[in-house]
Design a protein around this ligand. Structure first.
Ligand SMILES: [Ca+2]
Length: 417
């Protein structure tokens, strides 16, 4: 099988006459550790995401959207290659998350043999930028500009650490090829208050890039991979203390506000009808960081680091005015199946799950299926009690009598603005 398969699947409805004459810009908004239940459109009760909820009401809400892996690096590798983590080199083992993430003492990264989405788009004339977290290797050969991106502002690793550690330097921040500083030194994150203005910096980078590309009339792919909702969670001063959900909610509110500004910017520049925007998260909310530093997976079991629904099922929204009709909701789709050029970049193996492994009934029953689960990671049982590391396989059916949104009426979840 070809290692990167371009399959025009369920997003092809979006290809309209405009797309045939001019390649659409692609904007991929990838959140870090944001859970299925963190948006008002997905039922979060405090409803502090008016911009994302509006985006959902104007576009398409994906209720059954799955990541390829419940951990940052393999999820991102799958998203950009369209290949399963076991094939693209980012996988977990029960001994340790070998190759599955890239702290400074791990030397692996994305192989040259992998074909990434920006490489495909570059051949089609796109200018590609990554803003934020790369997490596919920090050594020079793994640099994003060696794998299809033309510009980069962000970091090869997560901001969580090390910080002020005598053994390892703080995580670097890059502009293109040049290291321009380090987290906690040049790019401040106050671990006591949670204050950091990084989301504002990432927002401005996005606005500037979009303006530049609009002026040059070149199609673009912008991968906005911000990490404010990954512990240690942060928000800028203006947003601190504004959420009913604490610091994590402050971070979500700032992200929501930023995405609202990005979408308005597209509209102001007159390119919203030629820009396909997709919002999702790399993995479920990190229960290990909850309650202060972790989000919500809604009603789903467990979270990040597990292949239960809480770890794998992601919030997802597609937005493209004039092309995507408001209020649609497709069936099960994996994150590795999103874009390019509104083709779906996917691996057939994932889509060929036998029918019994698919979510039964898609919200039409009161049973919620959890994928067979092999783990050694920390997890919580349904009562919230922490469980220790053990290798085991679980097949869990979780019953509930509470109601979930119907995919046929997702707009009912969106609060009236
Ligand atoms: Ca993550």
């Amino acid at each position: 099988m070809a290692r990167a398969v371009l399959v025009p699947l369920c997003l092809c409805w979006a290809l309209g006459p405009a797309a045939a004459s001019a390649p659409p810009n692609l904007l991929l908004l990838l959140m870090d550790d944001m859970g299925w239940g963190d948006l008002g459109a997905f039922g979060e009760p405090s409803k502090e995401t008016p911009n994302l909820d509006q985006m959902a009401s104007e576009g398409m809400l994906f209720l059954d959207f799955y990541t390829a892996n419940p951990l940052c690096s393999p999820s991102r590798a799958a998203l950009l290659t369209g290949r399963l983590p076991v094939r693209n080199g980012f996988y977990t083992t029960n001994a340790h998350a070998r190759n599955a993430y890239t702290p400074q003492d791990i030397v692996g990264g994305i192989p040259d043999s992998e074909l990434l989405l920006p490489e495909l788009l570059k051949k089609a004339g796109y200018v590609n930028k990554i803003i934020g977290k790369w997490h596919l290797g920090h050594r020079p050969q793994f640099h994003p500009l060696k794998h299809g991106f033309d510009e980069w502002f962000g970091s090869p690793n997560c901001h969580f650490g090390p910080f002020d550690n005598r053994a390892l330097p703080n995580i670097p921040v890059y502009r293109d090829w040049e290291m321009i500083g380090r987290y906690y030194e040049d790019f401040k994150i106050d671990l006591k208050t949670g204050e950091a203005n990084l989301t504002q910096i990432y927002l401005q980078e996005a606005l500037d890039f979009i303006s530049k590309q609009q002026a040059s009339q070149q199609p673009f792919f912008l991968y906005w991979a911000i990490d404010a909702t990954h512990a240690p969670v942060y928000a800028s001063k203006h947003f601190l203390g504004t959420s009913q959900r604490g610091l994590y909610g402050d971070a979500v509110r700032e992200i929501d506000d930023s995405i609202g500004k990005i979408l308005k910017h597209l509209q102001k520049l007159g390119i919203s009808e030629n820009t396909f925007v997709f919002f999702t998260s790399d993995n479920g909310a990190a229960l290990i960081s909850a309650p202060k530093q972790g989000g919500s997976n809604g009603r789903f079991l467990c979270g990040k680091q597990t292949t239960f629904e809480g770890g794998m099922r992601e919030p997802a929204i597609a937005w493209w005015p004039g092309h995507i009709p408001p209020g649609g909701a497709p069936a099960l789709v994996p994150t590795a199946a999103v874009t390019p050029g509104v083709f779906i970049h996917t691996q057939a193996a994932f889509l060929q799950f036998p029918p019994q492994l698919r979510f039964p009934g898609e919200f039409t029953t009161n049973q919620h299926f959890n994928i067979p689960h092999i783990t050694s990671a920390f997890w919580k049982d349904p009562a919230g009690k922490k469980k220790k590391k053990k290798n085991h396989i679980l097949l869990v059916f979780e019953s509930s009598s509470s109601s979930l949104p119907s995919p046929s009426s997702p707009s009912s979840l969106v609060p009236a603005s």
